[in-house]
Design a binder for this molecule. Structure first.
Ligand code: ATP
Length: 619
């Protein structure tokens, strides 16, 4: 095909580093990239209506300069991402692709000035991410031309001069932090979060706390100033009254829904949800008369992000025997055993309303590309405006939460020290991988807790529910993770790059003490987290009193256990600046050893181990 030929020419211009060549190895000239209307056989290439629409070549260690000229032969191309590579040279010339909607060049080594008029013909652009490069010079003023612009990331470069008024009606994020900008922040940008502007030595004015020292002649006459203040106060009061009114109304509504929906889902509820989804699917097909318009028809289908052993569709899921696994903060999970097939887990999300189809799809593809032994791979997703499902493999051994807290009275032996250490190491490796692969996310995991750590038959930990913050409603994202939530999230709702480190620290302490973090929150007062408990008990009664009494295999390993305890406490450092980075925590953990010369615990077989996933109760 034409698209295939062009992409192969483009491939010849790329130089991938270690690992990246595996992706490009799937680009081979047999049938071209778009095997079906909307499916591509080439990794990183996504098709719509049989034409290449998206190129997402992220984290492939691509080197050298980027030449986009060949891509002008792909008229349906709408999104380009080269994030997290080692590309260098000046900004690639994308102006010959005027239909582009998204351009991601973050986390590379691009440098030099960007021509001021470069964006003046790019009217379709919605997302422009140039963060974490070495761009310099002024911010191009033509960035005000794309009037649908929603996200603009210019942070962590060396842009200098004044910040132009980049305001646009659709603009949601404009991040210019960590540059060399100066002067006042344009008034229309002043209601955005201060973190988007920090790290510039000479930027001033709201939302930053630094006021601009205007020259004398610009200072306002005192009477005028008083009038302005009075008006501002009046407006503020009106806004507060409106917010209180809206909040009260929302709370009333919320109370109604909580009464309506009991915490634990029933099987019939699952059927209802899945049926609703399928109805919607069939409905849309009926509606569009057998699919004259292909993009509409695709809406109700499962989209696979990985080549899976056996493909299935919505109908197969409905025919599958189902079992409710639980209902968490994000939504409910069901185990569906496909007719003559494996079991999968269907997770239905309730807090993803309002996330656009393109954003959702783009992020799911990003997740589909991840591959690490300690991460549960995403298999497929289902997108409808009112219904979002994620499908993963079913892991029969249950979760760490279940092994640590749910096995009293059952025949399962408590986890011994070498197994606990193995779990901590695996979690650390999975997290570090997420940090490497998704540097564009502030919180790469975002939902780490013991019920989201599943265990393989050899007790290798498998993380789930990761990297979903970008597709959550903002309010929902900051509400979840109650017991593992870092102080900066709990108090200011401002997550940092180290927020996952806090959750990880809490998890380490949970693994060592056998205590459930939420039990400590229940005790009430501020600072009532697991780390504070550990600190208090260790101080008053000695560290040996902290460890889980049921933990075996600890002979001759007290020194190593104590080191891990200290690592857990260091990760739970309240001061974000003092707290370790993920990388540092991983390095320290890799150095730890289990007891030498001891006997290995017998492994529990993965089949018929006598506990049903139904019993996985969250306390
Ligand atoms: N792929 C899976 N295989 C086996 N068990 C799973 C799988 N995914 C989740 N579970 C288990 O099913 C139960 C419910 O999971 P779910 O993710 O819905 O809720 P949660 O993890 O308790 O809360 P949250 O929604 O906040 O993540 C948990 O005990 C979890 O360990």
């Amino acid at each position: 095909s034409d698209d295939g030929r062009i992409l192969l020419q483009f491939k010849a211009t790329l130089s991938p580093g270690v690992g990246g060549d595996a992706v490009l190895a799937t680009w081979v000239d047999t049938r071209g990239p778009c095997i079906d209307q909307n499916v591509s056989a080439w990794a990183g290439v996504y098709c719509e209506n049989g034409k290449v629409a998206t190129l997402q070549l992220e984290s492939m260690s691509l080197l050298g300069a980027l030449d986009l000229d060949i891509l002008t032969g792909l008229p349906s191309l709408r999104a380009l991402s080269f994030s997290n590579n080692s590309l260098e040279g000046g900004i690639p010339d994308f102006t010959k692709l005027p239909a582009l909607k998204s351009l991601y060049l973050s986390w590379n080594r691009f440098s030099g000035e960007i021509p001021d008029g470069m964006f003046s013909t790019m009217r379709a652009l919605k997302k422009v991410w140039l963060s974490h490069n070495n761009f310099s010079g002024p911010i191009p003023t033509s960035l005000t031309v794309p009037e649908k612009l929603m996200d603009l990331g210019l942070d962590s470069n060396s842009f200098e001069g004044h910040l132009p008024d980049l305001w646009q009606p659709e603009l949601q994020v404009v991040n210019v932090s960590y540059n060399n900008l100066e002067g006042p922040i344009p008034v229309r940008l002043s209601n955005m979060s201060a973190t988007l502007f920090e790290g510039n030595k000479n930027l001033c004015g709201p939302p930053l706390l630094v006021s601009c020292n205007l020259p004398e002649k610009h200072k306002l006459a005192p009477a005028l100033l008083v009038a302005i203040i009075l008006i501002a106060v009046a407006v503020l009061l009106a806004v507060i009254a409106l917010i209180v009114f809206l909040l009260l109304r929302r709370r009333n509504k919320k109370e109604e829904t909580t009464v309506d929906r009991p915490q634990t889902s029933t099987n019939s509820e699952k059927i209802e949800h899945l049926e609703a989804a399928a109805d919607a699917e069939l409905g849309s097909e009926k509606h569009h008369g057998g699919g004259k318009k292909a993009p509409k028809k695709e809406q109700g289908k499962l989209s696979f992000v990985v080549e899976w052993r056996r493909k299935f569709d919505m109908q197969d899921l409905l025919r599958a025997s189902a079992e409710v696994l639980g209902s968490g903060n994000f939504g409910s999970s069901y185990k569906a055993t496909l007719v003559d097939g494996p079991a999968v887990v269907v997770k239905r999300f309730k807090e993803m309303k309002g996330v656009g189809r393109e954003d959702f799809q783009e992020h799911m593809r990003r997740l589909g590309r991840l591959s690490h032994p300690n991460l549960l791979p995403l298999v497929a997703y289902y997108y409808k405006k009112e219904e979002k499902l994620l499908i993963t493999e079913y892991i029969p051994n249950g979760s760490l939460a279940h092994m640590l807290h749910g096995n009293r009275g059952s025949k399962l032996p408590p986890l011994d020290w070498p197994t606990r250490l193995k779990i901590v190491k695996g979690v650390a490796r999975g997290l570090a991988y997420l940090y490497d692969e998704l540097p564009m996310l502030t919180v790469p995991h975002g939902h780490l807790k013991s019920s989201n750590v599943l265990l393989s038959s050899s007790f290798e930990p498998i993380l789930t529910d990761y990297a979903l913050v970008p597709v959550m409603k903002k309010a929902a994202a900051s509400q979840v993770m109650v017991a593992y939530k870092s102080p900066e999230c709990a108090q200011h709702g401002e997550p940092s790059k180290k927020s996952d480190v806090w959750s990880f620290g809490t998890l380490i302490l949970e693994i060592l003490t056998g205590k459930f973090p939420a039990d400590h929150l229940a005790e009430g007062s501020a600072g009532a987290d697991l780390a504070s408990w550990v600190n208090t008990v260790a101080g008053e009664e000695g560290t040996s009193k902290v460890f889980d009494k049921n933990m075996e295999g600890t002979k001759d390993s007290e020194g190593e256990m104590l080191k891990l305890l200290k690592i857990g406490i260091a990760c739970c450092e309240a001061d974000v600046d003092e707290r370790w980075e993920m990388k540092e925590a991983l390095e320290k953990i890799e150095e730890l050893k289990e007891r030498e010369g001891g006997t290995e615990r017998p492994l529990i077989s993965s089949e018929g181990d006598g506990f049903s996933s139904k019993a996985m109760v969250e306390r």
